[in-house]
Write a protein that binds this ligand. Structure first.
Ligand SMILES: C[S@@+](CC[C@H](N)C(=O)[O-])C[C@H]1O[C@@H](n2cnc3c(N)ncnc32)[C@H](O)[C@@H]1O
Length: 218
């Protein structure tokens, strides 16, 4: 049992490793759909654009969607392969003047404090030992009056046939993230497990759930 836990911990640690992600991105011309994440669109469409940090921006679909709506966006990712793709997509979309890219590991280099009107982290799943400090660092980067949006795979997805990291503690609920925020500094706007249609590796229709935590800093 202890051996299994140690192996799981090593795997989940690797999920936050630049080599792991560079290899994952090199394995295909495109890993993600190119569409913005639905919970970003649902939660952020009505906000007045300002400065945004897209954490783990990957191939840049969310960064582009925000920039197209007038946000000035910093896209951070641990993978330079992903960032090169995101940059090409932003040039093609004609929004490069509103985008800055940064290669960074949020577990060792938190973003600057009190800097962004919006910090969005979509499907960042870190080893539990790293996650709480990293997400507190993301929250600290939000300006007063600004928004933190964290979206992740809900632990109930492990009861479906869809492919998910099977390590204990890597998936999270909105309440897990809300618990990292000082109650006297944040108002919770959305705390939800939102259903979404997906397909598993055998093309079967599956209902999965996104954990959605949106909070506004006082
Ligand atoms: C599951 S993908 C999600 C990509 C994108 N947010 C989306 O929803 O399509 C996770 C992304 O986070 C990046 N990532 C993983 N660990 C990271 C870390 N410690 N610091 C910065 N980025 C990280 C990966 O390179 C990858 O692009």
């Amino acid at each position: 049992m202890g051996g299994v836990l140690r192996r799981n911990d090593a795997i989940s640690q690797a999920m936050s490793d630049a080599t792991f992600w560079d290899e994952r991105y090199r394995s295909a011309d495109a890993i993600w759909s190119g569409d913005p994440n639905p919970q970003l669109v649902a939660e952020i469409s009505a906000l007045v654009p300002g400065t945004a940090l897209d954490v783990g921006c990957g191939e840049g679909a969310d960064t582009l969607w925000l920039a197209e709506r007038g946000w000035h966006v910093t896209g951070i990712d641990i993978s330079v392969v992903a960032l090169e793709r995101a940059h090409k997509a932003a040039v093609t979309a004609g929004v490069i003047e509103r985008v800055v890219w940064q290669q960074a590991d949020i577990t060792t280099a938190p973003p600057p404090e009190l800097t962004y009107d919006l910090v969005s982290a979509q499907f960042i799943h870190l080893a539990p030992a790293l996650r709480d400090a990293a997400f507190r660092g993301l929250a600290a980067a939000v300006k007063p009056g600004g928004t933190l949006l964290v979206v992740g795979h809900h632990p109930s997805d492990l009861e479906t046939t869809v492919r998910r990291p099977r390590m204990p503690g890597v998936l999270y609920t909105a309440a897990d993230i809300a618990a990292l925020l000082a109650a006297n500094e944040w108002d919770i706007v959305t705390g939800a497990a939102r259903p979404r249609s997906a397909t598993d590796s055998e093309s079967r229709a599956v209902t999965v759930h996104d954990a959605v935590l949106r909070a506004r800093r006082r």
